[in-house]
Ligand binder design. Structure first.
Ligand code: AMP
Length: 306
């Protein structure tokens, strides 16, 4: 199935206790599309970059088989985000956000993109997410992400987006905030009543939960010895999830479960280095090897108590 993503392509500043990286490749749509590219090509990327965006990053996207016909190049600076992580990498503070060319971005889908079957609306203004949805004909699955900023500032627009998406992919704090409910099971149920038929709650190193009308499926985070930079883990998860569905050409429950594992696989690789750097040397064989490792990690046999 064809896969389209709209979201930020950015230059990031990242500070951890051990290192600082300046103006490295970032953005939700970058992490999503490169992660997805290990499972399906081409990923159609709808975004905007400025005239300062390095050509080497475009070359990297092309090498990964990403379709750049929907990537607009505008005059002005590329979206810039800067964040600093706590020593244990469990929390981060946004130090700077400069919208740059994103401020006046109006997504225009190339004609060939309008028949996209899978659509991911990464974290951007909910009105832009809706503009993209208005331009696709009959997607089979629409998933979206959002963040506290939009939950607080644009609740009405966000409600309109939620009414039109099938899957919300969101982190635990945002799920609680969106639902006004601390308990995640009850928060998920409240979100399901707003439109989506499924909610994926990302919980960092606690893994991810998929809630849907028939129950819940849980995936652990892969136990890693060394985490370098958590930036983009959630978007890489979404890329692995949607990328697998595109590859499988199916939305059957067993494929959705495998997609949750591939999401966790790509998220676990993304945090092993800064920016998207781990993806530069990653291979399809590595991706499958970790999928198998996940199976070994979670498999057990049922034996009756009697
Ligand atoms: P995550 O770690 O999954 O929250 O994603 C981090 C990425 O999101 C970074 O590479 C940023 O460039 C990008 N980002 C941060 N804030 C925003 C925002 N307000 N809108 C769009 N993208 C953002």
């Amino acid at each position: 199935m064809s896969l389209l993503v709209v979201g930020s392509v950015a230059l990031d500043g990242v500070e951890t206790q051990s290192a600082v990286r300046e103006r490295v490749l970032g953005g939700a749509a970058s992490f999503f599309s490169v992660a997805a590219s290990f499972l399906t090509t081409p990923v159609r990327l709808v975004a905007v970059v400025g005239d300062d965006f390095p050509a080497e990053h475009l070359a990297f996207f092309r090498e990964r088989g990403i379709d750049l016909a929907g990537l607009e190049r505008a005059r002005g600076p590329t979206f810039y985000w800067r964040g600093r992580y706590s020593a244990d990498l469990s929390s981060r503070k946004t130090l700077d956000t400069q919208l740059g060319v994103f401020e006046h971005f109006r997504p225009q889908l190339p004609d060939a993109y309008r028949d996209a079957e899978l659509v991911f609306l990464a974290n951007i203004h909910p009105s832009l997410q809706l503009e993209v949805l208005d331009q696709v004909r009959q997607p089979r699955l629409v998933a979206c992400d959002t963040m506290n900023f939009w939950i607080e500032r644009t609740p009405a627009e966000l409600r309109r987006t939620l009414a039109r998406v099938h899957v919300l992919v969101i982190n635990d704090e945002e799920a609680r905030q969106l639902a006004g409910e601390h308990n995640l099971v009850r928060a998920a149920r409240a979100i399901l009543s707003q439109g989506p038929h499924s909610v994926i709650v990302k919980r960092g190193d606690a893994g991810a939960l998929l809630f849907h009308e028939h129950g819940v499926f849980a995936v652990p985070a892969f136990p890693l010895e060394r985490v370098v930079d958590p930036t983009g883990a959630g978007d890489s998860f979404a890329g692995g999830f949607m990328g697998y569905l595109a590859r499988a050409g199916s939305l059957a429950p067993e494929d959705v479960r495998r997609a949750m594992i591939y999401g966790s696989v790509l998220a676990s690789y993304s945090v092993e280095d800064f920016s998207l750097d781990r993806f530069r040397s990653l291979t399809a064989a590595d991706v499958y090897a970790r999928f198998r490792a996940f199976k070994a990690l979670t498999q057990f046999e049922d034996i009756a108590l009697a």
